[in-house]
Structure formats: structure tokens, C-alpha cells
Design a protein. Sequence first.
Length: 152
Amino acid sequence: MFRAVFRQHAAGVAVITATGDEGPVGFTATSVGSVAAEPPLLSFGAGTGSSSWPTLARAEYVGVHILGEHQQELAATFARKGADRFGGTSWRPGPHGVPLLDGVLAWLVCRVAARIPAGDHRLVLAEAVALDPTSPGRPLLYHQGGFNALRH
């Protein structure tokens, strides 16, 4: 029932990235939110059972990428279990070695401030240390279990 309620809530789609000893990791997130403007803090949820969690649990910095409506396949790739997420994805190393995805609406590189236990997830609080909000386009949304475009 809880999931059914939140299927009614439209959310923006982001990809979280980090780098570790095994290379870059990433996952699709619909739980990204602004927490404070001063200092610039955001939050997102990360499942402790995900393949990205061991790297994310140790990462000092993460990338947060706001996806555009044209990036449904990118969102699906980073959501798919067992996918080679970076193999066919255009990206580059960014500040602090964080993987930055090309072609996104906006990106932030954030220093992880806290990882707070929350059920089978961790609520990650992170402070933006570098960002680029300037790409044109409309956001990708997640609603009713699928990716959607914003309509006016």
C-alpha cells in the first residue's frame, strides 16, 4: 500500500555516481531533494542492498545528475540490475574524480556529509561543492512506475 501511494507522486529523475577501487558506480534515484540553501545541501535515498552501495558507503564525493526528458534510456540503464552502466554511456571524470554524465540538464558534485540509517536504505546528506545548472531542456519524471515527460 505504501508503494501504491507513492506511485501517485511524480518525482524528478536523477542518476547518482561515485568512484571507488573497482571503478565508477551509479544508480537511478527519484528521491533527490533540496534540503538547505546555506550551506547548499541535498538528500537522496540509497538502498544498502544495491550493487552501488559498497562504493557509495565509502565515497567522500558523489555526482548528482538531473536527467532530461530525452534520457529515459539512460535512466533505465542506471536502474537495471546487472547492467554495464558506464560501458555505453558518455561520461568524463569531474571534480574530485566523480564520474560526470554528458548531456544531462544539470549536475552537482557533492561532499557526503552524512549517511543516516533509514530501514533498508540510507538517507545520504551531501553538500554541493561544484555544479552546472545551465543545460536547456525539460526534466524527466517518474510516475506510476514509468518515465514520463512534463506536459504544459
